[in-house]
Ligand binder design. Structure first.
Ligand SMILES: Cc1ncc(C[n+]2csc(CCOP(=O)(O)OP(=O)(O)O)c2C)c(N)n1
Ligand SMILES: [Mg+2]
Length: 297
């Protein structure tokens, strides 16, 4: 698929995610937007996936460790044909079955649902990569060619469980596992470095035995050209190179901007989880639509 078509899909994703958060008046836009290009690249280009048979064991598996970023994830799944329009309209709605855990509504965090291509439950940061490592071991034991992709976040890297999983993945030589780190430098309340220091990122993963593509750019040193996580050419090329790595798991370090796509929320910690007002919604959806129209010209 051409980059231009993927850019159009990322724009569509941003429109749908905005609508989900606006209509339910809750949800996580910032981390959905930083991962927009990553979601599109994985679902449309990298994943071996028969959307008519989402639960098929022949499919590759995509695990979203940063489970709060469902507006973007479900929007991408919708664009790929895994989620109906009707189902989207249930996002974050409570119904009579909700207290029993039996509601079919789309929740704020992904829950195990193979018929929608979701083989994991996440929301607690770090449990996604742990499940992904287990799946990658199991798929190898079963002699299947399944490739496992997992989306990590910088806030998530503060969880000790991530490093336990990372060490195990290298120990088991999981070359069927590719992680991508959405490095936007912002977590729920503020910049990550105001809580703790993650640097160095690349050197840590290399020392844990991973093959690493890309490297972190400290927040204060970023230029527009540093943001490889929004660049489809870089993402495509790096995922391809990662698949060719033998006897090691791979990590892509994707430098991104939280809230990318709407200037008022870009790089703003306030917009980790916040719902737009009617005025903001009208203004932002119109801007995204104009951008989509300009792409068609
Ligand atoms: C184990 C765990 N601790 C705390 C939280 C609360 N929490 C929700 S989102 C978040 C951080 C969000 O930032 P990041 O992980 O970097 O995601 P992104 O910036 O991509 O949205 C935290 C700490 C959680 N979900 N899981
Ligand atoms: Mg972050």
């Amino acid at each position: 698929m051409k980059s231009q078509e993927k850019k159009r899909l990322a724009n569509r994703l941003r429109q749908i995610a905005l609508r989900l958060v606006y209509e339910s008046q809750s949800g996580h836009l910032g981390g959905s937007y930083s991962a927009a290009e990553i979601y599109i690249e994985i679902l449309f280009e990298q994943l071996r996936l028969d959307t008519k048979k989402p639960a098929s064991l022949e499919n590759d598996i995509f695990v979203v460790d940063k489970g709060h970023a469902t507006p973007g994830f479900f929007a991408a799944q919708h664009l790929a044909g895994l989620v109906t329009e009707e189902s989207l309209s249930t996002y974050r709605r409570v119904d009579a079955a909700s207290p029993h855990g039996k509601s079919k509504n789309l929740q704020g965090h992904p829950k195990y649902l193979p018929q929608q291509g979701i083989w994991f439950s996440t929301g607690s940061l770090g449990v996604g990569i742990s499940q992904a490592v287990g799946m990658a071991i199991a798929e190898k034991m079963a002699g299947r060619k399944t490739h496992i992709y997992v989306l990590l976040s910088d806030g998530g890297l503060q969880e000790g469980i991530v490093w336990e999983a990372a060490r195990n993945a290298a120990y088991h030589k999981l070359d069927n596992l590719t992680a991508v780190l959405d490095l936007n430098w912002i977590q729920n309340d503020d910049f990550v470095f105001k809580t703790t220091e993650l640097l160095p990122v690349r050197a840590k993963w290399v020392s844990f035995g991973w093959e690493v593509f890309g490297e972190e750019v400290a927040f204060s040193e970023r230029k527009p050209t540093s943001l490889n996580g929004h660049d489809f050419d870089w993402l495509s090329k790096s995922f391809e190179q990662a698949r060719a790595v033998k006897a090691k798991p791979s990590l892509l370090i994707a430098n991104t901007a939280k809230g990318r796509g709407i200037s008022e929320i870009e790089n703003s910690p306030e917009w980790h989880a916040k719902a737009p007002s009617p005025e903001q919604y009208q203004k932002w959806i119109a801007a995204l639509q104009r951008e989509e129209q300009a792409m068609a010209l």
